[in-house]
Design a protein around this ligand. Structure first.
Ligand code: ADP
Ligand code: ASP
Ligand code: MG
Length: 452
């Protein structure tokens, strides 16, 4: 059994869905479970509809609803014309968008959105794409079966970032997915979407379809998880920023997890964990070039000083200076409890005898965090920061790579630097607008023979 997940661009339209079917059909003896994202861009549009409606822009919201309805109907009609499924799928699409139009009116009247209502809206993309893809398999003569993600992906009720109940998912997968595979069927399920024990719709957070794939892979003890996307695999940097980025053929789980957490959007940061725990390899392939080698993410990989670099902009640096720190055991624990209390995770951390500096991605609760931290000492904030991650299992072997990284940055000022204790990630905080030039310099130094 394998799990194959197709991202938004890989199911963007009828042609792309046709390629998905070809890929899956070539793997039938491996008993694939198919997980799909929403049609490319649909999730953004769905969330936009909800926000516009709650802001009183109902007409604009309705226009986007009609665009999305037309797009789904058009792609479904292209794929399913003349099949017994065509009318039923078209009917489901129309009913869904009628309901969305009613919801939009309700949001306009209320003037606000709740995380729970946002999840109900965001989930529509995957619930529809999975029905369309399952029917498209049948149109081509293969036994695709739609599986409602809400029947399998049990989560808690942390709407918009729900956490999976892995035992619940494992038993639901045994009941709903395994029998289909045993009967030679091709289960097709939406990623990203889940439901609470009382079946209220939830989502796993943006980019969460990768996470769904990995959770299902763990639940059915798959032999492999394949992430099919729009690039050849994991590359030495984001190719949108560094066109010269190169394919990584094999990368360790730890390295991939670090890269994902530091901006390599190709994989959702949490994706790796359920797979790592069971030692299931994860592959990344390009759905437009299925013959490519792709990347294998495995327990280990040949040790290199630098495997890849990642960068993310729009980070916020918080610095706390406190003369009490030196004397007080348990001080750091109390400082980090503040972030925990406000459900905010910390990225890069550095400490000295009198200060602690951290970077944050999520600043929703920043005001409350700053207020609580002020009890410990002087707090300052630099919003326009960015984080670079230079990742490689051998990054600290002998120190040459660390020196090379600093040298490569040349005149770009480094605001914070941290080498992880596992010696796998050297993170540097720079000013936000320096992230791209810094990545260009680092990539040139490590992967392009030193040219800048
Ligand atoms: P999907 O819709 O298939 O989930 P995403 O857009 O979430 O695709 O992720 C794929 C994108 O990740 C690529 O188009 C690429 O721009 C970006 N990306 C960022 N860092 C990397 C990297 N190191 N290697 C490959 N792709 C990367
Ligand atoms: N469609 C969702 C998103 O855009 C989930 C995913 O594609 O992974 O965030
Ligand atoms: Mg993605």
């Amino acid at each position: 059994m394998i799990v194959c997940k197709f991202g938004g661009t890989s199911v963007a339209d009828a042609d792309a869905i046709g390629r998905v079917i070809d890929i899956i059909v070539s793997k039938r003896e491996q008993q694939p479970v198919v997980i799909v994202s929403a049609l490319g861009g649909a999730t953004n549009q769905l969330l936009d509809i909800a926000h516009k409606a709650a802001n009183g822009e109902l007409l604009v919201a309705v226009q986007i609803i009609e665009q999305l309805r037309d797009r789904h109907l058009r792609e479904a009609a292209t794929l399913l014309a003349g099949t017994p499924d065509a009318d039923e799928v078209a009917h489901d699409i129309s009913v869904t968008f009628d309901e969305l139009a009613h919801l939009a009116e309700a949001f306009r009247t209320l003037g606000y959105l709740t995380p729970r209502s946002l999840d109900t809206v965001a989930a529509i993309g995957e619930l529809l794409s999975s029905q369309i893809v399952a029917a498209a398999f049948r149109q081509r003569g293969f036994p695709g079966v739609y599986v409602d993600a809400r029947d399998v992906m049990r989560t808690n009720d942390f709407f918009t970032k729900a956490e999976p109940d892995t035992d619940g998912i494992a038993s639901a997968a045994q009941q709903r997915i395994i029998p289909l595979l045993q009967q030679g069927k091709i289960p097709v399920m939406g990623g990203f979407v889940g439901a609470t024990g009382s079946r209220v719709t939830t989502t796993l957070g943006r980019g969460g379809s990768d996470y769904s794939a990995s959770l299902i892979g763990a639940a059915i003890e798959a032999t492999a998880i394949e992430i099919w996307t729009d690039v050849d695999g994991m590359l030495t940097a984001d190719p949108r920023i560094i066109p010269a980025a190169r394919l990584i053929e094999r990368i360790s789980f730890d390295e991939a997890a670090e890269l994902a957490a530091f901006g390599a959007k190709v994989l959702h940061p949490a994706t790796i964990a359920p797979a790592v725990q069971l030692g299931i390899p994860v592959f990344v392939f390009n759905s437009r070039r299925p013959e490519g080698k792709g990347t294998m993410i495995a327990f280990d990989a040949p040790r290199l000083p630098v495997r890849a670099i990642a960068g993310k902009r729009s980070a916020t640096m918080v610095k706390l200076r406190s003369s009490r720190m030196l004397l007080a055991p348990g001080f750091l624990r109390r400082v980090f409890e503040v972030f925990e209390r406000h459900r905010t995770s910390v990225d890069v951390v550095t400490t000295s005898e009198v200060s602690v500096s951290v970077t944050l991605d999520d600043t929703h609760n920043l005001a409350a965090i700053l207020q609580d931290l002020a009890e410990f000492g002087d707090v300052s904030v630099e919003r326009r920061s960015g984080v670079l991650a230079i990742v490689g299992a051998g990054i600290s072997d002998g120190g040459a790579a660390l020196a090379q990284a600093i040298a490569a940055l040349g005149p770009i000022p480094v605001r914070m630097a941290s080498l992880s204790a596992t010696g796998i990630n050297f993170t540097l905080v720079v000013d936000d607008e320096q992230v791209v030039p810094a990545m260009q310099r680092l990539h040139a130094a490590f992967f392009e023979g030193g040219a800048t």
